[in-house]
Design a protein around this ligand. Structure first.
Ligand SMILES: [Zn+2]
Length: 272
């Protein structure tokens, strides 16, 4: 049954131990998913899989990720030399290769521009507030890497300090990169990042966020093993930001604020 499911063009099975043909079909399926969900426009985005310790299978450049066929894929080595394929590899291949070099546990990388998470990236805002229990468990928090010109070493330098400690990164003024032990997990992390960004945006629109406490977050992190969650995401100072971190924030009613302003004006007048 599992093998049949893996062959269906619209579904992919978890796990990284597959034939190269299966990986080619999986990349096409994930390409369609990110395109259908509006995570990419035009020929944006790129997806890759580690075939073995020396070879990477990557989506090609200059093609809609929703319209790829298995034989469009390109095989390269870990130094970005093309080994086979009639097309050219993704222009962001260096970013994928950096992640594979730094993280031996990672076998798949997904890069896209999902609008809400990319909006946070363009605003320079990390998705790091403890507003959803499941996000604390799955990704911890999602930092923003500094801006780097796409397709240049600037971009890899910007994300390099974050790759070891997170499984999803916002790239300033650009998009999102997620990665995992297999392609389905890397895709799910992209989906989770965009979903979380949408929820965070709604709380901003409502003008209110109720943060989990530091104790709540500790309990969730301790439960990661119970949920079977495997993530490199670390928790540390203000990651994620909890209600304890916000304890010195003051909330005033309009009347209290007016009274404070009046008092300050009176004091100022008295001094003159
Ligand atoms: Zn991009």
């Amino acid at each position: 049954m599992v093998a049949e499911a893996a062959l269906h063009p619209e579904s992919i099975s978890p796990g990284a131990l597959k034939t190269e043909d299966e990986h080619r079909r999986d990349i096409c399926a994930v390409g369609r998913w990110i395109h259908e969900r509006g995570y990419v426009a035009s020929t944006d985005g790129n997806i890759s899989v580690r075939l073995d310790p020396r070879r990477i299978l990557t989506s090609p450049t200059n093609i809609s990720k929703g319209m790829m066929a298995p034989d469009d894929m390109v095989v390269t080595d870990l130094s970005a030399n093309k080994l086979s394929g009639r097309r050219n590899p993704s222009t962001e291949l260096a970013m994928h290769l950096l992640i594979y070099r730094l993280r031996p546990d990672i076998n798949a990388v997904c890069h896209a521009h999902p609008p809400t998470a990319t909006g946070y990236a363009a605003a320079g805002l990390p998705l790091n507030r403890a507003i959803l229990a499941e996000l604390v468990v799955s990704l911890g928090c999602i930092p923003v890497a500094g801006y780097g010109t796409p397709g240049t070493p600037e971009l890899t330098e910007a994300i390099e300090p974050l790759v070891q400690s997170y499984d999803a990164i916002l790239m300033a003024n650009h998009g999102v990169v997620t990665y995992g032990p297999d392609l389905l997990t890397a895709f799910f992390r992209m989906e989770t990042t965009e979903h979380f960004a949408r929820v965070a945006l709604v709380t901003e629109q409502l003008g209110k966020q109720v943060l989990l406490s530091g104790e709540d977050v500790e309990k969730l992190l301790a439960a990661r093993a119970r949920y079977g969650t495997q993530t490199a995401a670390v928790a540390g100072a203000k990651c994620p930001v909890t209600s304890n971190d916000d304890a010195d924030r003051v909330t005033l009613t309009r009347r209290e604020l007016e009274a404070l302003v009046d008092e300050a004006v009176q004091k100022d007048r008295a001094r003159r």
